[in-house]
Design a protein around this ligand. Structure first.
Ligand code: MEV
Length: 429
C-alpha cells in the first residue's frame, strides 16, 4: 500500500473545491486525466450500458475525501461517496481525535467467503455428514480444478462444513458450506461458480437433492477489526470536562448495546461511513450492509457493532468488528474509472487492507455520531449543512451560499421562502 505524506489536512473543508482537488491530486499523485475524471464523475453512458441491462443514463453523487486517518501507523486519505451532509466533516474530526491517541490499529481475517449448498431428501443425515467429512479433500480438489484468476492469485476452496437444519418449514435439510478464499476479489462470482460446480458431487456423496447454491452475505469468516484510543482531554468542551464527555459517550454506547431500536440507528451511523467508502471503491454496499446487520444479530439479539470502555487513565477506548467482503479487483471496481481513482487515493490497498480501512472509518463515524449526540445534539452541525442546501436550492450563487446560510441560522429561520427572499434581495442590490 502506498502512503500519502500526511492525511492531516487542517482547514481542508474551508478550501475551495478546486483547491481540494489539487491537494488530493498532489497527495495521491493523480495524473491530469485522473484529476479531470474527479470532476466529470468518470463513468460514461457507454460503460453504464455494459454494466447493467436497460441502462438509460447516469446518476451522479458527491465524492469527498476524509482527512486525518492514520491506520497501523500509515496515513490514508479516505474517498467517500455520499449524499448526506456532515458525514465527511464528522468522520474527519473523529479521525483527528483518534489520531491524538496514536491512530487506529486494524486487522482482518483471510478473505474467506462462504458458499451455501442446500441439500434436501437426505435419507440418513448423520451418515451424510460423516461422508462429507471423509470426502472433503476430494471435493476441494474438484472445486480447485476450475482454475481462474482467483486461483492463479493463490485463492480457491479451503474447506467444507455441513450442518443439519432439522426443523424448517420444508422439513429437514442439510446445509453444506464451501469456504473459498477469494484473495483480492469480493468473490461473489467465483463462489457462486464453485458451489454450482461442486453440487453434483455433493448430491452423490449425501444421496440428497440439491436446491439452492449461492454465496452467503453473512461473511463472518472475513471480518475486520479496528481499535483506537482518544485521550480524555481531547474530548473536553467549553462546558464539560473530558471525563464527563467520556462518561456520556459510554452511556450512549450502553444504550445501543442494550436496545435494538437504538442499535439500528447507531449501526446506521457506522454504515454511513463504511457504505460511502464501499461506494467510492465500486464495491457492493448491499452485500456489506447485509453482512453487517446479520452479524449485529448473531447472538439472537440485534446489538451494537462497536464497543467502548475506559482505560485506567480515563481515556476512551473503542473497537469495532464486522464482516467486510470487499474487493479491489473485478466487478465495478475494475470498470468504474472513479473507483480506480478512489483506490489510488487510498494508496492501492489489498482487499484486506481496504477492509481494515473500512473498519476504522466505521468506528470513527460511530464515535463522531455518539459524541455529537452526547455533547451537543446532532442538529447543531446538520442545520448548518441543511441551511446551505436550502440556500443553494433557492438559487444562491456559490460564493453567497455560506453567508445566506449563516444569516438564516442567526435569524433562526432556515426555510426555503426565507432563502428565496434573501437571494432576491441580493439580486436587487
Ligand atoms: C444519521 O445519518 C446517523 C445518526 O443517527 C447515527 C446515530 O444516531 O448514532 C446520527
Amino acid at each position: 500500500m502506498n502512503t500519502p505524506k500526511s492525511s492531516r489536512l487542517p482547514g481542508f473543508f474551508r478550501r475551495t473545491l478546486k483547491e481540494r482537488i489539487a491537494l488530493v491530486a498532489e497527495l495521491a499523485s493523480l495524473s491530469a486525466d485522473e484529476t479531470a475524471t474527479l470532476t466529470t464523475g468518470g463513468l460514461t453512458s457507454a460503460q453504464a450500458d455494459t454494466m447493467i441491462e436497460n441502462a438509460i443514463g447516469l446518476y451522479a453523487l458527491p465524492m469527498g475525501a476524509a482527512a486525518n486517518f492514520t491506520i497501523n501507523g500509515r496515513d490514508v486519505l479516505v474517498p467517500m461517496v455520499i449524499e448526506e451532509p456532515s458525514v465527511l466533516a464528522a468522520v474527519s474530526n473523529a479521525a483527528r481525535l483518534f489520531r491524538a491517541g496514536g491512530g487506529f490499529t486494524a486487522e482482518s481475517d483471510e478473505p474467506v467467503m462462504i458458499g451455501q449448498i442446500q441439500v434436501l431428501d437426505v435419507a440418513d443425515p448423520q451418515a451424510a455428514l460423516i461422508a462429507l467429512r471423509r470426502e472433503e479433500a476430494s471435493l476441494l480438489d474438484a472445486v480447485n480444478q476450475g482454475g481462474g484468476g482467483i486461483q492463479r492469485a493463490g485463492g480457491g476452496a479451503r474447506g467444507i462444513e455441513a450442518r443439519l437444519l432439522s426443523d424448517t418449514p420444508a422439513g429437514p435439510m442439510l446445509i453444506v458450506h464451501l469456504l473459498y478464499d477469494t484473495r483480492d476479489a469480493m468473490g461473489a462470482n467465483a463462489v457462486n461458480t464453485a458451489v454450482e460446480r461442486v453440487a453434483p458431487e455433493i448430491e452423490a456423496i449425501t444421496g440428497g437433492r440439491v436446491n439452492l447454491r449461492i454465496l452467503s452475505n453473512l461473511a463472518d469468516r472475513r471480518k475486520a477489526r479496528a481499535r483506537g484510543v482518544i485521550p480524555h482531554a481531547e474530548l473536553a468542551t467549553d462546558e464539560r470536562s473530558g471525563p464527563e464527555v467520556v462518561q456520556s459517550i459510554l452511556e450512549a454506547w450502553s444504550f445501543a448495546a442494550a436496545d435494538p431500536y437504538r442499535a439500528a440507528t447507531h449501526n446506521k451511523g457506522i454504515m454511513n461511513g463504511i457504505d460511502a467508502l464501499v461506494m467510492a471503491t465500486g464495491n457492493d454496499w448491499r452485500a456489506v450492509e447485509a453482512g453487517a446487520h446479520a452479524y449485529a444479530a448473531r447472538n439472537g439479539r440485534y446489538t451494537s457493532l462497536t464497543r467502548y470502555w475506559q482505560d485506567e487513565r480515563g481515556n476512551l477506548c473503542a473497537e469495532i468488528e464486522l464482516p467486510l467482503a470487499l474487493g479491489v479487483v473485478g466487478g465495478a471496481t475494475r470498470i468504474h474509472p472513479t473507483a480506480q481513482i478512489a483506490l489510488k487515493i487510498l494508496g492501492n490497498p489489498s482487499a484486506r487492507e481496504l477492509a481494515e480501512i473500512a473498519a476504522a472509518v466505521g468506528l470513527a463515524q460511530n464515535l463522531a455520531a455518539i459524541r455529537a449526540l452526547a455533547v451537543e445534539g446532532i442538529q447543531h452541525g446538520h442545520m448548518r449543512m441543511h441551511a446551505r442546501q436550502i440556500a443553494m436550492a433557492a438559487g444562491a450563487a456559490p460564493d453567497q451560499v455560506a453567508a445566506i446560510a449563516q444569516q438564516m441560522i442567526d435569524e433562526q429561520q432556515i426555510r426555503p421562502e426565507r432563502a428565496r427572499a434573501i437571494v432576491e434581495g441580493l439580486k436587487g442590490r
